[in-house]
Design a protein around this ligand. Sequence first.
Ligand code: EZ4
Ligand code: CO
Length: 455
Amino acid sequence: MPPKAQPANRRGFLKLAGATALAKPALARGTAWGEVAPPASTPGLPPLKITDVRVIVTCPGRNYVLVKILTSEPGLYGVGDATLNGRELAVATTLEKHLAPLLIGRDPEAIEDTWQYLYRGPYWRGGPVQMTALAGVDLALWDIKGKRAGMPVYQLLGGRTRQGALAYTHASGNNLTEVEDAVRRAMERGFQCVRAQVAIPGLEGTYGTAEKKKSEEIAGRVPQQADLPHTELFEPGPYLRIVPKLFAHLRATLGEEVELLHDVHEKLGPVEAARLAKELEPYHLFFLEDPLRPEYKESFRLIRQHSTTPLAMGELFNTLWDCVDLIKEQSIDFIRCDLGHIGGITNARKVAALAEAFQVKTAWHGPGDIAPATHAANVHVDISIPNFGIQEMVFFPEVTQQVLPGAPEFKDGYMMVSDAPGLGTDLNEELAKKYPYQRAYLPTARRRDGSVQDW
Ligand code: EZ4
Ligand code: CO
C-alpha cells in the first residue's frame, strides 16, 4: 500500500532521488546524474539527441567507411570518416554493432564526454580498428556542432591562425629523371613542397612508385589491390644506395628552393635509418618521414645522434599516448598522426598542444585512403593551431568527389577549407549505393629470401 502523503521532508526527497538514480545505469552513490545531464547546451536552443547512426561502406574508386549521425533536430546531421584501408568491415562492424547502440539518445554536443566514454568505456581501449571507429563518430559530432553554431569547425577550435595550410604532394618515378620530371610538374602546378620516391633498381614495385601510371595520377592514392594482396620486394642495401643519389640529382637539377621530402614508410632498422638521415643531410630535406617501425620509439635517439635531417613520425600511431615519448624527448620535428586513426579532432588537438610545448610541429597524414571528411578535419586543425608544419594532400578523382563532396581545395601551394558550417564535407547516400564495397588489401612486402618485410 502506498504510504500516506507525508509532508515533503528531506528523507522523502532523498528516497525519491535514490529510486530515480537506480533506474539508470548510474553511480552507486554520490551525485545522482550518472552521466553528463542532457543540458540545453546552447542557450536558446532546445536539447539535442542522437536519433540514428548510419554506417555506409562505399567504393567510389576505392573503399571508404562513412558514419552519418542524425539528430532530433530535423535536417541536422553530421558525417564522419572511419576508413581503415584493408580492414574497412572490421571498423564498420564495430560502429554498427558496438558503438551505435551506445550513441542513440546521447547529447551530440557533449563531444569530449562521448570520446572519453567510447575510448575508456569498453575497457579494451585503443588499436587501429577502435580508434578509426571513434574518429568517425568524433568527426560527425564536430560537424554537427559546427552546423548548429553556424560556424566552420576551425572557428570552434579558436579561429584562424593562418590563411591556408602549406601542402605537399607526391612525385615518383622508375629512375632519377622520371622523378625529376614529376617534381617539376608538381612545381608547375603550384607546389613548393614535394615528396620524392624512386623505384629501387632490380626490385619490383617499390613503395610509392608501384603503378605504371603518371606520378600525379597516383599522388597520395595508395594502391589497393583487388581480392588478395600483391607482394612487393624490398632490400635495404639497394634502397640505401639509390635514395641519396635521387636527392643529389634533384638538388643538382632543381636547385635549393623547392622543399623536398621522403617517406621511408617504416622500412628500416635503427642504424640504417641513421645512415640514411646522415647521408641525406647535404640535400636539406624538409623532413624524412616515418624512418622506423612504430614499436621502436627509443631508436629515434640513434638517428638524432648522427644527423640534423628533420624527422617526422606517426601515421601508424593510434593515440595521444603513442606520441608522448617522441615529443617530450624532442626526438622528432614533426608529428604526423592520421586524424582518422587516432580518434579524430578531439585527440589530435591534444597531440598538437603537447607538441607545441616541445617545439614539435604537425604534419597530419593526408593520403587518398582516408575520406574528404578527414582531409577537411586536418585543415580545420592546421589553420587554427600555432604549431602547424605542413599538410600532405591528394586530388580526389571525380567519382569520389561526387559521392563525398567538399574536400579542401588546393590553391597556390596551400590547402583551403570552405567557410561552410561544420566540416564542410558531405555524403551522397543514394550515389554511394551505386559503388558497393569491394574486397581489397594494401600490398605486402618480402625480402629476396622470402621473409616478411614491412611494406
Ligand atoms: O601508405 O595511407 O604518407 N603517406 C603514406 C600513405 C600510406 C597509406 C596506407 O594505407 O604513407 O600512402
Ligand atoms: Co607515409
